[in-house]
Ligand binder design. Structure first.
Ligand SMILES: CC(C)(COP(=O)(O)OP(=O)(O)OC[C@H]1O[C@@H](n2cnc3c(N)ncnc32)[C@H](O)[C@@H]1OP(=O)(O)O)[C@@H](O)C(=O)NCCC(=O)NCCS
Length: 147
């Protein structure tokens, strides 16, 4: 069951960020995104516990996956994939046609997840993370209205 983020989920998401990333979003960053009306977060729970989450920001016909992770004990169960598919549906309804994301070039699980959903590499920022390159990936999720 996919739910939207609520204010009360932010602390738990901040804890998961620390579990999953070396440069996690902190509570203030999450709060500020949550309060932006062009940001939307979704999550999956096991009982009361948040186990996977995604956050996207969108403007006009473009959107970006700002954060996505699944708690270590819950990986390879299809949660991140379901969240991305759910986001794509949400964004299509908002008129988004291009969904972007940024991923470390050495992050094989994430790259495999994204390519399995149709994302393609369109740019590379060399040494963006100091110890790694950033790959920019895009998925065309809709059609332009322009003729
Ligand atoms: C990347 C991440 C979000 C994937 O979450 P997940 O819930 O385990 O992913 P899913 O179970 O939905 O995986 C869907 C598909 O992605 C691919 N995939 C995901 N993790 C993989 C792995 N470790 N090895 C190989 N393929 C993988 C597979 O094709 C998988 O389908 P399958 O299990 O049927 O083979 C998770 O590993 C994570 O939180 N990593 C740390 C945070 C991170 O790197 N976030 C991405 C930042 S860009």
């Amino acid at each position: 069951m996919i739910e939207k983020w609520t204010e009360s989920s932010l602390l738990e998401i901040a804890d998961l960020e620390k579990e999953c990333f070396s440069n996690p979003w902190n509570l203030n960053m999450l709060k500020s995104a949550f309060e932006t009306n062009t940001f939307q977060g979704f999550l999956i729970k096991d009982g009361e516990k948040i186990v996977s989450y995604i956050g996207v920001s969108y403007v006009l016909d473009s959107a970006n996956i700002d954060l996505i992770a699944t708690s270590k004990d819950y990986r390879r169960k299809g949660y991140a994939k379901r969240l991305i598919e759910h986001c794509i549906q949400f964004l299509k309804e908002k008129g988004v046609i291009m969904l972007f994301l940024e991923v470390r070039s050495k992050n094989e699980p994430a790259k495999l997840l994204y390519s399995s959903l149709g994302f393609e590499v369109v740019n590379k920022r060399i040494n963006y993370y100091g110890d790694d390159d950033a790959l920019i990936m895009v998925n065309c999720i809709g059609e332009s209205n322009q003729t």
